[in-house]
Every structure is written in C-alpha cells, then in structure tokens.
Design a protein around this ligand. Sequence first.
Ligand SMILES: [Zn+2]
Length: 209
Amino acid sequence: MEIPKFLIERYKFWKTNTFEDYKDIYQQASKTPQKPIAMIITCCDSRIIENTIFGGSVGDYFIHRNIANIVPSKNDKDQNIQTLSAIEYALKVLKIPNLIILGHSNCGGVEHFYKTLSDKKNINNFEYINQWLSCLQNSYNNIPNDFSEIERITFFEQENIKQSIKNLREYDFINKLINENKLNVVGLWYQISSGLIKYLENNSFIDLD
Ligand SMILES: [Zn+2]
C-alpha cells in the first residue's frame, strides 16, 4: 500500500491551516453529540460538493451518497438497506428535521440507465451498477416522448428526485414524521455548469434564487 502523495500534501495543508483556524469548533464537536441541521442524500459524483454549496461547517450535514442519489422503494428489498439505515439513524437517533434529496445535472448514473434502456447499446458487464440503477425504472417510465434527448435526461434526473421523495412516504416511520410536521423533505436539482439550484414545489422545479 502506498499513500498517494496528493493525499499527504493536502492533509498537511488542511491540518496546518484549516484545522488550526477552526480548532475550537472541532474540539467542541468532539465533546457533544452531533446535531446536524439537515440530512443530505446526494450522488457519489465528485462534482457535488454539498458543504461548499451550502456553507457547511463541522457537524452541519449528515451525508449519504449513492449512485444517482436514489431512495429505493420499500418494495426494493434487495436495494434499500444502506440508504434506509442511514435515514433511520438520521431520523430516529439524531432527529434531524430536514431531509434534502440533492440531484444534479450530468448525472452519469441516470444517463447510463437512460442509454441502457433507450438505445440498448450501453449494456456493460457491470456486476452491481445495473441492479442498483433498476431502482430508476419508474422514473424512466414517466419521461415524455416528445422531448429532445438532453431534455429527456434532465427530466429523468428531476423525476428521480420526485420518485425518491414518493418512496420516502412508503416507510411508515418517515411518513409519520412528515405528517406530524417533524420532518421537512426538500427536493433539489443542481446544475453543475451554472451553479443554479432548482427546488421542487407542487410537482415542478423552480429556480432557488
Ligand atoms: Zn450523479
């Protein structure tokens, strides 16, 4: 095993600069239980830097990432254990009041599934990815036929956020918290090229700024 040089250099920079500047916050954070203001479920994509976008400090956000920011349906019993265990801890133990599904443009996971189903040319020998992305089937079925391909993929990315929020309601403990106004669920779609964020309201995505 070799520790990559960039890792060592960047760590040293962080330790002597950022950590030093925020040392009190880190020490305080170690003395009290975490109390995040929001859980964020987002994609593994390296271009989504949620702590930068939303100005996160130590302890602010409880993050779960998976390919294409999916909350699987309760019916997807082979798929949902990881995401749901993170949500269960966030809601039952940490009692986090906000749950944000943060999807994004140029999502490779969404595009892969789209191309696999639409042109049948993209069927790779993935051992796990295709099974995971099968959770996107319902969202795929809702894509309008008369859109251009770019519009179809953007629609698909946003439909996946809507579907994930619908899926949350299938779990009794989550549905109960929403109905009791103890949990605020937010759907966001982030455009990498422009920094634009759209939020879901009344089944449509609206610019946040
Ligand atoms: Zn993605």
